[in-house]
Design a protein around this ligand. Structure first.
Ligand code: SAM
Length: 252
């Protein structure tokens, strides 16, 4: 199955991506664990440590899905507050274009802990419903790959960040050792769609995910895109040999 995304209009791409995630929402966390053997949790953990959440800060998790990064932000901000003897509370917003993903996240029992500090908003990350300079940190994990216009998204993140705010983008990337890329391609093109079919009952959506990973720019090209969108000192951290990479930068 090929979605031929290069041939469709932007609004059609947005509609198709919505369909993909509506279809996988209820099994989403489980599929993530199976596809990456749980390693995605370690990548996210390291990413959030680099973001270094602080008490009183405002965090926006774009394409936040079930809210894993937002909860991690609040947890780490509280820990930092304890260490520093500060009790001002951080807040977080999970923003996603797909209400089914947000509903799956809202249903999680561990949200009770964050009453009044964790918000859920259905919106497109390419056009955020927030004024300029609203947030201290913006994160996007495994979401920007689906944007119809990635650079529009990056500019939007820059707009809503305060100057000096942090941007962290975690995304599937390209292997740093070319010989491993072939083995990884075999795994992803053959195993992942089959796993999607077995666990989530949806082979085509997972086929789309694999294709979109392939089309995403390599680490250095993406770093340059982020810098050109108004960020400085953009660093790249490769995880698991480049299966995923974190791009971290500062809003100018
Ligand atoms: N960030 C979560 C995580 O790491 O587990 C969810 C990642 S999931 C692979 C991708 C998410 O991006 C989906 O929930 C999807 O609805 C969302 N998404 C795709 N395009 C979007 C857009 N233009 N604006 C906001 N969210 C979008």
């Amino acid at each position: 199955v090929s979605f031929g995304f290069e041939d469709v209009t932007e609004s059609e791409k947005v509609a198709r991506v919505k369909g993909v995630f509506r279809s996988v929402a209820s099994r989403y966390d489980l599929m993530n664990d199976l596809m990456s053997a749980g390693v995605h949790r370690l990548w996210k953990h390291d990413a959030m440590n680099q973001v270094n959440p602080q008490p009183g800060e405002r965090h926006l998790d774009v394409a936040g899905g079930t809210g894993e990064l937002a909860r991690a932000f609040l947890t780490l901000a509280d820990k930092a507050g304890k260490r520093r003897g500060l009790d001002s509370q951080a807040t977080a917003i999970v923003c996603d274009i797909n209400d089914a993903m947000l509903e799956a996240g809202k249903a999680r029992p561990d949200n009770q802990k964050w009453e009044g500090r964790l918000d859920w908003v259905c919106a497109d990350g390419q056009s955020l419903p927030y004024p300029n300079r609203s947030f201290d940190a913006v994160t996007v994990s495994f979401g920007i790959r689906n944007f119809a216009d990635r650079v529009a998204g990056l500019r939007e993140f820059r707009r809503v960040l305060k100057p000096g705010g942090r941007l962290a983008v975690l995304e599937f990337s390209h292997m740093t050792v070319p010989a491993l890329q072939a083995a990884y391609d075999t795994y992803s093109f053959n195993v992942i769609p089959k796993l999607g079919s077995l666990v989530a009952g949806d082979e085509a959506s997972y086929q789309y995910l694999v294709e979109s990973i392939r089309k995403f720019p390599a680490q250095d090209e993406f770093r340059q895109e982020i810098e050109a969108s108004g960020f400085s000192r953009v660093s790249v951290t490769n995880y698991s040999g480049g299966i995923a990479a974190l791009h971290f930068g500062w809003a100018v």
